[in-house]
Structures are given as structure tokens and as C-alpha cells.
Design a protein around this ligand. Structure first.
Ligand code: ADP
Length: 321
């Protein structure tokens, strides 16, 4: 992680490798608890994703961090500024991309960016240079004079990212940025976000309910019912699951589970009509279990643990996207 030296607007000299510090953040809508004591830190140069199924609290977290809803419990500091007391200073440090499109589709890409730049007090050569730089970073330079309405969804989303970055924020917040995009456009957007995190040395903080998107992040936080159940690099989290995951489907799953447990000393878990077994050397287990129960087993699948397996292991629930 990169250390960053920052002179804040009120002349505080900060040397920190931590852009965001969130401590015991909770939020309730009336009696419904949407966030429950969430704590994490994130730094510049990294892509940090919040992964969770619908209703897990991602949007609530995004809305608090983007200053759309006030904090009622806990603290958030961004570059040392307190989100409750210093909202105005924090807004200048944030670039925000909402789920709902924020571009004027009848205007060209350049016109959209220029208008937005003016709102931030940018103009003339400085604005022109910044626009050109960002369109290059997100791979849209060759479409600068096209009206937004003729661009694909993926390109439009990348223009939104360029727009949010015009005033050189230190944190880019994105709420489900890949929603509605096809696989290729999603992958491209994730790649361009990596370029931005690196070249601008910013923290990219996004929410997603898609496992692929989470895989593309440097670190992720997994949310379940408002609680942060895991925090770390995708590979680290998957390594916690165990060696391999074997999924077995039988004629009579419960009887088969007992027989497999007795024979191999493993703990099959019945979920979604199949038995899930975590074990080392899964390829050998597959061979042995099929040999032991050839007529009881209908299908066997074997693979490395995924983030879905991490979620299942930690919450006991399937990951419903
Ligand atoms: P996600 O973005 O992961 O789908 P949300 O943050 O939207 O999760 O929702 C978290 C929980 O808070 C859910 O149970 C949801 O129903 C509830 N919730 C979200 N917004 C409101 C609201 N405005 N009023 C009441 N409950 C809400």
C-alpha cells in the first residue's frame, strides 16, 4: 500500500497510508437494522469491493460514505476528516458514481464533462487537459464528440467514471457500477478502474452483488444482513475455506451423507439438493467416494473454493444474487 502525503484544505499535514477509516458504523431504518457495527480501513491505490446479496446493506454503506445519509452511530474518517463534522471538506475528496445514470444523453461526451468541470470551478486549458487525460484512462478518447445516447452501456458507464474523476478526488465511490452490463463490458470496466486506482493513486471503493466483480478487487468486505462477515484479499478468503470443494448429488442425499461421513471422516452439508464436502486432495476424494458408492451417487462436481463457498461457509446461507 502506498503512503500518501496530503496538505488538507485547513492546512493540516497528513501522512497516512489509510484513506478511509470506518469504525463501528451502524444504521437503522426505523426498527430495521441495515448496518451492524461495520469497521474497516482502506488505502490509496487499491480497489476495495463490498460484496453481498440483496438487502445486505451495501447501498446503505455507499449512501453514508457518499454523504447522502447522515451517520447515526459510529465514525467515518476520510483522509483524517470526520464525516459527521467536516462533510464539506469530505465532499471535495469524493468522486461518486451512482447506480442511476447521471449523464445528459442528448449531449456529447465532451459537453457532459465540460459542464461538470465548470461546476467544480475548472475551465480553459486545465479542464481540457484533465478531460483528455481521463478519457484516455477510461478508453473513450475516440468517442469524445459522440452523443452519449449512441454509446453502449459499458462506454456510458466509463464516461460516468471520467466525470466523477474530473476534480481529482482521492476516493472514487461506485454503487454497483457493473449492473446491467454484459460480461465483456464488466471486465473492461474493472480493468479501467485498476488503471485509475494506479495512475491517480486513489482508493476505488465499490459495491457489488457479483462474485466476478469481487474477484477483480484487491480486497473485499463481505456483507451479510448488515454485518461484515469477512475482510481480505479474495485469494486469502478462499484459502480459509479449505482445500477443495466437492459437490455430490445422490438418490437419497441424507442417507448418503451419513454413509460418506462414516466412511471418510468428512462432514457433508446438505444444501440446495446436493452434498457439499470441503476436503484436501479433492481429486482423490472424488475417485474414492465414487468407487465406494457407485450406485448411490448420481453426479459429482469438484473445484477450487469460490467466494460463494466463502459466503456459504461464513453465513450458512446460499449466496442469492
Ligand atoms: P443492498 O444494497 O445490499 O441491497 P440495502 O442497503 O439497500 O442493501 O438494504 C439493507 C436493508 O435495509 C434491507 O433490509 C432493506 O430492506 C433495508 N432498507 C434499505 N433502504 C431502506 C429504507 N429507505 N427504508 C427502510 N428500509 C430500508
Amino acid at each position: 500500500m502506498n503512503e500518501v502525503n496530503v496538505l488538507t484544505a485547513d492546512n493540516r499535514q497528513l501522512t497516512t497510508d489509510c484513506l478511509i477509516e470506518v469504525e463501528n458504523l451502524s444504521h437503522s431504518y426505523q426498527e430495521r437494522r441495515a448496518l451492524n457495527n461495520v469497521s474497516f480501513e482502506a488505502s490509496c491505490g487499491e480497489i476495495f469491493g463490498f460484496l453481498g446479496p440483496n438487502g445486505s446493506g451495501k447501498t446503505t454503506l455507499f449512501r453514508i460514505l457518499s454523504t447522502l445519509i447522515p451517520i447515526t452511530s459510529g465514525t467515518v474518517r476520510i483522509l483524517g476528516y470526520d464525516l459527521t463534522a467536516e462533510v464539506k471538506a469530505i465532499r471535495n475528496l469524493l468522486g461518486v458514481v451512482f447506480q442511476h445514470p447521471g449523464l445528459d444523453v442528448k449531449l456529447t461526451v465532451t459537453e457532459n464533462l465540460r459542464h461538470h468541470g465548470h461546476l467544480y470551478g475548472l475551465s480553459g486549458k486545465t479542464l481540457h487537459r484533465r478531460m483528455a487525460e481521463l478519457l484516455e484512462y477510461v478508453g473513450v478518447s475516440d468517442r469524445a464528440s459522440d452523443r452519449v445516447e449512441v454509446l453502449s452501456g459499458g462506454l456510458q458507464r466509463r464516461v460516468e467514471v471520467a466525470k466523477a474523476m474530473l476534480h481529482s478526488p482521492r476516493v472514487l465511490l461506485l454503487d454497483e457500477p457493473t449492473s446491467g452490463l454484459d460480461v465483456t463490458a464488466r471486465r473492461q470496466l474493472n480493468d479501467y478502474l485498476c488503471v485509475l486506482a494506479d495512475t491517480e493513486n486513489i482508493l476505488v471503493l465499490l459495491t457489488t452483488h457479483l462474485l466476478d466483480d469481487a474477484e477483480a478487487c484487491n480486497r473485499i468486505g463481505i456483507l451479510d444482513n448488515g454485518t461484515l462477515v469477512a475482510l481480505g484479499a479474495p485469494n486469502e478468503l478462499k484459502a480459509q475455506v479449505g482445500g477443495d470443494v466437492v459437490l455430490i448429488k445422490g438418490e437419497a442425499n441424507e442417507t448418503l451423507a451419513t454413509a460418506i461421513a462414516e466412511r471418510f471422516g468428512v462432514s457433508p452439508v446438505l444444501r440446495d439438493g446436493q452434498l457439499r464436502v470441503e476436503c484436501e486432495r479433492g481429486h482423490e476424494f472424488v475417485r474414492d467416494v465414487v468407487a465406494a458408492f457407485p450406485s448411490e451417487i448420481q453426479t459429482v462436481r469438484f473445484g477450487r473454493p469460490t467466494l460463494e463457498d466463502v459466503f456459504i461457509k461464513l453465513t450458512g446461507n446460499p449466496f442469492v444474487q
